[in-house]
Design a protein around this ligand. Sequence first.
Ligand code: N01
Length: 498
Amino acid sequence: MTIQPDLQPAVQHDMVVIGAGFSGIAMTIAAKAAGRDVLVLEKADEIGGTWRDNRYPGVACDVESHLYSYSFELNPDWSRAYAPGDEIQDYLLYVVEQYDVRRHVQFGAAVQQAWFEEQTSRWEVAYSTPDGGLETVTCRDLVLAVGSLHVPTAPAIPGLDAFQGELMHTATWVPGTTATGKRVGVIGTGASAVQVIPELAADAAALTVFQRTPTWVMPKNDHEISEATSERYERRPALMKARRAKIRAANETRALGFVKQPALMKAVRLRAMHHLRSSVDDEELRAQLTPAYTLGCKRIPLSDNYLTALSRRNVKLATEPIIDAGPNGLVTADGVEHPLDLLVLATGFDPSAAWKSVNVFGAKHASLTQRWEEGIDSYYGVTVPDFPNMFMLLGPNAELGHTSVLLMMEAQVELVVKLLAERDRRGAKLVSVRPEVVPAHMAQIDERSADTVWQRGGCSSWYLDKGGRNRTLWPGTVAEFERRVRNPEWVDYEFTSR
Ligand code: N01
């Protein structure tokens, strides 16, 4: 059921971008450069997406800073090899000012629905405003830059609503919250937990980590970047580019290991085991922290202090399942009660909920949500048949577990710019991927994912759909993705003038 447009003529734009995170900002800059008029609808009151929302102690990026930047705006001033979250947010704010993006963004605009109007060949986008109003805009081109990791998952623990202490998800951290003197619990041991736990452990009176599955952790080797190095990068950008290329090549080598599981991964596993042995003396604790699944099956968090934090005297590892919650804390299956003042849910995100939240209807009222109930599909995570002039950034099978997703996203932005230019050059109104192209593409994704560590490694993760199929990661190298996406074959697309 679509929302009916009101009688007011809607405001018209060339392009509407939903979301002002890393992807939405890049798309806006590129579309502006191509002379298109862009409106960005952002539900929050600031730009930044992930880096605006994730404010928990210890938040940082586990991809090296010089690679986790836009290629068109390298930053010589990163303070550390792995930038803290607030520094990345500051970088984004800087980019937004540099490229005059802010005036294109409408804040507090939570998109409720978007639908394609056959008669006008335009998209209508309905969004709610902070005062409870509902507005519509129309555009020729619609870009979903919503990010797949922004709808937090809460664990289904009976009685959790009754908990009377402080309760927050890592992605909804309440500013100013500290662990000092408190009995703290953290549920989860993924990348977010690995970052927040050492920080909380340093201040808490007592910290209990509720571990359902132990995680493989690799040393991070984080370090400050000296002012002298930054100055050198400032003076000689070619050196900074060379550093970026070196990080990229090292990460790509790891990718080959994840995808094909060769002997290379054996060496990585040995390093991870060494890291565990050298960080944790207690044999029993070490056994509890040793994963049973194959390394690489889930994202591998990097940390120099997670495992040592678990050895602190004020830290306890609870490995029994959580069965109940109450006003005072949690209860585990062994009957132990864990009284808590602060409970942190480091329980991850629901990628499909993020895409569904936009509620998109394409040609002939096709619903993207319904289509994806039957199986998630797309062409390089950008286009979906029956959704003309609609583009996603970091859509299905365009994410990565081992290096910077910004590389993938920038290739996709270039594809969108090229598709629109080709459409206009042909004097067509619409561009969409040919329906017959996508099943073959998805079959190839399935074939290449079949023997990867993500599907075969003996773990469950947000990478896989309900049927255990990889619908998140690109099962190849970044270089291959870039080659294919930056050089589109026009025969894969239809350009029409309806
Ligand atoms: O979430 P996760 P995350 N009872 O889904 C556990 C990106 N990221 O926020 O493993 C008990 O990885 C769950 O247990 P199990 C990155 O792409 C990037 O940490 O399912 N436990 C798991 O341990 C990453 O992959 C950076 O058994 C429960 C944890 O919660 C993605 O975000 C930093 C539970 C969830 O782990 C998500 O990472 C941080 C329950 N009911 C994140 N429910 C960078 O630095 C869930 N768990 C770039």
